[in-house]
Write a protein that binds this ligand. Sequence first.
Ligand SMILES: Cc1ncc(COP(=O)(O)O)c(C=O)c1O
Length: 404
Amino acid sequence: MATLCANENDAASACGQGDPRLSHRAGRGRELIDGIASWWTACHGYNHPHIRAAVERQLATMPHVMFGGLVHEQALTLARRLAGLLGAGNLDRVFFSESGWVAVEVALKMALQYWHNRGISGRDRIIAFKGGYHGDTSGAMAVSDPDSGLHGTLTGALPQQIIVDLPTDEARTAALETLLRQRSERIAAIIIEPLVQGAGGMRFHDPHVLQTLRTLADRYELLLIFDEIFTGFGRTGTMFAFEQTDVPDIVTLSKALTGGTLPLAATAARRKVFEAFWSDDPAKALMHGPTFMANALGCAAANASLDLFAREPRLAQVGKIEALLGTGLEPCRKLAGVKDVRVKGAIGVVELDRIENLNALRQRFIEQGVFVRPFGSIVYLTPPFTIAEEDLAKLTGAVARVLA
Ligand SMILES: Cc1ncc(COP(=O)(O)O)c(C=O)c1O
């Protein structure tokens, strides 16, 4: 049973196999159409029989084994498959961990140690962006926007990183370049959520912003990290957001990696990063070994999820969702208090001037038979890619009705 609670002690379960709807048990036996895909993970719907069978098989064989001094087939297969999928970017060296923010911590650590291993000292800062969110552990919080990342009260206690405006126009690009000209020898890497800043407000930016970052990273010899924990696996219309722009040196993946079934994450790097660690000197190793890294059940789920991406038309489904979100949410643009309506891939956003009472608004959606979870000043939809057209129409209709 998925515990996706709308409020109080309500409990949710999937309605059927591979079903993109949730059955919402609140003592009311109500069924809700899911507009969030369990924080963007359940790309194939819930309880998909192919993933479930793969996990059951793996459970009978071996649920977990330590990944130090030992490897297992599911992890090796998954690493090979991810390396193939990420091959266009030569991101073919894969490190497994157990959740998104650990993948981010690994990426940051890789970037910092990359310079150290090459004998270059002093590069101990990371550039990140206002509106960004990368997780809730210390290192990940330090590269997230303190306001939209909700950890403002801890700012003084965290590593001090450099949080700047996204280079969306000439003035901001010039400001970033000035900073790099003055301080690049102190900077190890730039980290960004490519195309969509998710938890920080579902803000979109153009691919040229990422091209600018690639150019600047090359010019000042910095590593470029794309955090694709939200955008990876089709959410923006391509398998990975970087396919719409330039290639990073390190990429982080999680969320839809296992089709939303089990916690697993990956940090993939280009060979040049890997080679800085490839040594007989133990001091050069990436010292990171979470107990449950490359958990065999998670890897089996991820392999099964990749099977579904290979044999079912997920990206075409995302294209269709994009069109339907566009037409379905467009009427919201005319409503009082609506600041913006935007759609990218299977992400639809209605931004309001403000939301006075988030809980009351969430409740209104439940009354409409949908599970939608507004935050900050936005109402957004990120449905499973397998959602039926009429269910998607009910979601967009509910958003328009409730906001009206
Ligand atoms: C872009 C991004 N990075 C990192 C994370 C943290 O991932 P997790 O919550 O799976 O640890 C999130 C979670 O929303 C995210 O959206």
